[in-house]
Design a protein around this ligand. Structure first.
Ligand SMILES: Cc1cc2nc3c(=O)[nH]c(=O)nc-3n(C[C@H](O)[C@H](O)[C@H](O)COP(=O)(O)O)c2cc1C
Length: 162
């Protein structure tokens, strides 16, 4: 059965993680960006991965809505949840817990805090000013955690058993 990754990405980091995960799988993985596609029917998927990123402390509203509206079906799937973010430690964990409800978190077989990127080439002026003020950073940086992405992929796609 194919798998699906349903995600949203402002500047491409969450999408990058989705593509890395998709490449790890032996089965076909559909990628659905909720920014420009409607939420797919989950009927044909046994594995569902949901990915979003944090802006101003919040995951994208469309990801939150998708999880709320499909909660009972997601609870029947092999489920993975991940988040891209730049906060670290407890704050990152708190943002993950705020993004995905307790039921989905405890049902999921893989949970990922993947780090993130500040990509100044893709930010508008408002975003640049905000990040410079809030994080004191004025050039592009990446904290993307490839090991975390690969570990998540190995679990969700059963790769350690093959
Ligand atoms: C305007 C703005 C606000 C952000 N706010 C937060 C935040 O509140 N907490 C956090 O951990 N990261 C925050 N970030 C960092 C993003 O989560 C990070 O850039 C992530 O890689 C974005 O992924 P995306 O490009 O796939 O949307 C913010 C980034 C921007 C540009």
């Amino acid at each position: 059965m194919p798998a699906v990754i349903i995600y949203m990405s402002l500047h491409g980091c969450t999408e990058k993680a989705a593509k890395i995960l998709a490449e790890m799988s032996w089965v076909k993985v559909d990628l659905v960006n909720l920014r420009n596609h409607p939420a797919p029917s989950l009927d044909k998927y046994s594995t569902v991965i949901v990915g979003g990123s944090v802006h101003m402390g919040q995951i994208q509203g469309k990801i939150r809505k998708f999880c709320n509206e499909n909660k009972s079906e997601l609870l029947t799937k092999r489920l993975g949840l991940y988040l891209c973010h730049m906060s670290e430690g407890e704050k990152a964990v708190q943002q993950f817990n705020d993004a995905y409800c307790e039921k989905l978190r405890s049902h999921s077989v893989a949970k990922g805090l993947f780090g993130g990127e500040f990509n100044f080439d893709k930010m508008n002026n408002h975003e640049k000013t905000l990040i410079m003020k809030a994080a004191g950073i004025d050039k592009s940086i990446s904290t993307m955690n490839l090991k975390a992405i690969e570990g998540f992929g190995r679990v969700i796609f059963h790769l350690d058993k093959s």
